[in-house]
Design a protein around this ligand. Structure first.
Ligand SMILES: NC(=O)c1ccc[n+]([C@@H]2O[C@H](COP(=O)([O-])OP(=O)(O)OC[C@H]3O[C@@H](n4cnc5c(N)ncnc54)[C@H](OP(=O)(O)O)[C@@H]3O)[C@@H](O)[C@H]2O)c1
Length: 348
């Protein structure tokens, strides 16, 4: 390829924006020509994020969708939910393809979005619901063919990426009970973004761990949407997230009840076979549990699987880096698919 594709990053100074820039420095087919920030507009990336040396001279600009769409044929949106849905339709209208890292285009239905993304004033209205029928849930391991043809991808949440990859092979087979799936997951603090908050300050989280939103976490909605679609019946899961004192990484441990006899060997074979062609899913050999350190900074999801013969519960464990496979790495994987490039291009 001679001409590089001009791309933009909206919200470039946040954690996922910075991670995109870190990874894109090594991407051979794209040229980051525009990076937006409201807080740091006018400064160079070198001044704000000195570690992003490859982009040190790129000046941050305030977001102007008209200018962006004229300059860039593709954009990553790293804005918070609700802000993304106000900007992205303007870009799509002008022909700029988008991978959105927020939750705004992950749902098939505006009602489901409104339920899970309600705030203290009640359900959240979706301002671009006309695009929900067209946007594709960006988990390549599930929707690769649709992503290839798409102009708008709703990049999955970090917890759902780890949990769905752990559950898909067994749920698709449907020889586990679909009524009592339990997902216990832990995340590092970067999962909440870079904005300052008391709950996320060092002394609040260091040397401490706690569950949060044990019955209402927003990511439950997209986990259930994708599993229900896969099984063709409504599935509800018990999902309990925990905040742990690391900066990046997610570890999910999921418990399922088998409806047939499974041995460790059967499970190992099922998962190894299911993911054998997936470049970013690594199924560990029997007895090896996944670790966040094994995947840090990579786009890999590491999976371990076993069965407890005494309680007859299947235990599937998965580890990802929330900022890479759980956000920016997966977003690049999706961009590659949308452009017909090798899916692994530019990804460690
Ligand atoms: N962190 C994760 O692990 C993770 C994983 C998956 C998905 N996500 C999702 O990805 C998106 C970005 O997450 P993040 O962790 O990168 O968040 P973040 O660190 O808080 O960064 C958000 C970025 O958006 C800009 N911004 C905020 N409000 C804006 C507004 N109203 N208009 C224009 N720009 C605005 C901020 O920068 P300025 O102040 O410089 O403008 C910043 O660059 C969120 O929707 C998040 O839910 C995050």
């Amino acid at each position: 390829m001679t001409q590089k594709v001009p791309i933009a990053i909206i919200g470039a100074t946040g954690y996922t924006g910075q991670e995109l820039l870190r990874l894109l420095a090594g991407h051979p087919f794209v040229d980051v020509i525009l990076a937006t920030s409201e807080t740091y507009s006018g400064k160079t990336l070198g001044e704000v994020c000195p570690h992003l040396e490859a982009f040190a001279s790129l000046k941050l600009e305030s977001l102007n969708p008209d200018i962006l769409a004229k300059k860039a044929s593709f954009a990553f949106s790293c804005l918070p939910h609700q802000s993304a849905m106000k900007t992205i339709p303007l870009l799509i209208e002008k022909g700029t393809k988008v991978v959105d890292l927020s939750a705004d285009f992950r749902f098939n239905s505006a009602t489901t979005y409104a339920t899970w993304y309600a705030d203290s004033d009640g359900p959240s209205r979706h301002h671009a619901s006309h695009l929900l029928a067209e946007s594709v849930y960006g988990l390549p391991e599930l929707h690769r063919q649709k992503i290839k043809k798409s102009f708008l991808v709703g990049n999955p949440g970090c917890y759902p990426t780890a949990i769905l990859l752990a559950l898909i092979p067994l749920v698709q087979k449907q020889d586990v009970s679909l009524n009592d799936i339990i997902c216990d997951a832990k995340s590092g603090a970067s999962g909440a973004g870079r904005k300052a908050s008391l709950d996320l300050s060092f002394c609040e989280i260091n040397e401490s761990m706690h569950p949060y939103n044990p019955t209402t976490h927003r990511h439950t909605g997209e986990i259930e949407q994708e599993l229900s679609q896969l099984a063709d019946k409504e599935i509800h899961v018990t999902f309990v997230p925990h905040l742990i004192p690391i900066d990046r990484g997610i570890l999910a441990t999921c418990y399922l009840t088998p409806l047939r006899k499974y041995s460790d060997k059967d499970l190992q074979r099922l998962y190894a076979e299911f993911y054998k062609k997936e470049p970013f899913v690594r199924v560990n050999p029997s007895g090896i549990t996944p670790k966040t350190k094994n995947v840090r900074g990579t786009n890999i999801c590491e999976i371990g699987i076993t069965i407890n013969p005494r309680t007859e519960k299947i235990i599937v464990m998965s580890a990802i880096d929330n900022l890479t496979k759980g956000a920016s790495g997966q977003a690049i994987q999706n961009m590659n698919l949308m452009h017909g490039w090798e899916e692994t291009t530019g990804l460690p």
